[in-house]
Design a protein around this ligand. Sequence first.
Ligand SMILES: Nc1ncnc2c1ncn2[C@@H]1O[C@H](COP(=O)(O)OP(=O)(O)OP(=O)(O)O)[C@@H](O)[C@H]1O
Ligand SMILES: [Mg+2]
Length: 356
Amino acid sequence: MPELVLSHITRRFSGHTAVDDLSLTVRDGEFVCLLGPSGCGKTTTLRIIAGFERADAGRLTLDGTDITHAPPEKRDIGLVFQSYALFPHKTVAENIGFGLKMRRRPRAEIARAVEEALALVRLDGLGGRYPRALSGGQQQRVALARALAIRPRLLLMDEPLSNLDAQLREEMRVEIRRIQQQLGITAILVTHDQSEALAMADRVAVMAHGRLQQMAEPAAIYEAPATAFVGGFIGQVNTLEGQVEQAGAEGAVLSLPGGTRLAGQGEGLSAGSAARALVKQERLTLSRTEPAGLPNRFPCRVTERTYLGGSIAYRCEAANLSLTALLPNHPLFERFSPGDEGWIGFSAADCAIFPC
Ligand SMILES: Nc1ncnc2c1ncn2[C@@H]1O[C@H](COP(=O)(O)OP(=O)(O)OP(=O)(O)O)[C@@H](O)[C@H]1O
Ligand SMILES: [Mg+2]
């Protein structure tokens, strides 16, 4: 049985629709990341699931039970926020045990649950400390332990890693994933960081303007975006606008201003209509000789080189095109400098065309 089902959830704030007819299912034991730009309705969606915000329309079920109108404390949900929100005057153990104390559980049971939760987040022995005596990463672990101590059916996390530095964030990604799998708990994590979503999720739900754009496994989100929004939002992308010259099952041809033609692939395209081609930067080749096998290949001049450590971004000007190619920083790949002449190319499969 699916664990959490959102059906046509809508929430408006004084005329502005924050969540717009959102339907999605989070399966039992699944880790879903809700990903989208600032203001797209992620937090509002999470608050509706938690019961802190009401939906103007739609239905919410958890394990087959309608919880649309259930108060937050009856939903059996654990919550973690960006700000940790720990009680500063309570010890770590008191913070973690708080939810159980509110539920009037026996003291011995609370003590045992606190020990278990501390071990789970690898903070054994720190129960007597106060939050101010912990690092940011440790505080976030306490927040996670507190959410898990009540053994919720569902774990909701809103940007839990955004206050941590880059290295700690990567460590905590792995930690949260390990804990979620160890407990087999169903979890939703809200983020606007695409690499976080791709790295952590079983499935990613991409939102824009309150609407669900696509919900799929990370590789499908990245390799086969369902909408131009998803294609442009995920990864580093070249965007080229033009007019569909030809469209069919075998592929599409996009004609760009200035007469350049691109071979690509897309659905729902009709000849003569405006369309947008998206090509991920790392799918472009840059070479000194003509890449004969590629249908899209143009002589170009390198105008800019940006050293990124693991990769190098080359901005290139071709006839009427400006394209960026991201090449691995590896001895097998040719190096270019601004002013160098070369060829830039990409396959039709890597050129996704969407109607405008
Ligand atoms: N209580 C409220 N009253 C009025 N408008 C609100 C309220 N809460 C959210 N909004 C609006 O709803 C929209 C969605 O907000 P929400 O906080 O869900 O976005 P978000 O995706 O979480 O963004 P961020 O990544 O910045 O946290 C925004 O336009 C926001 O201003
Ligand atoms: Mg938010």
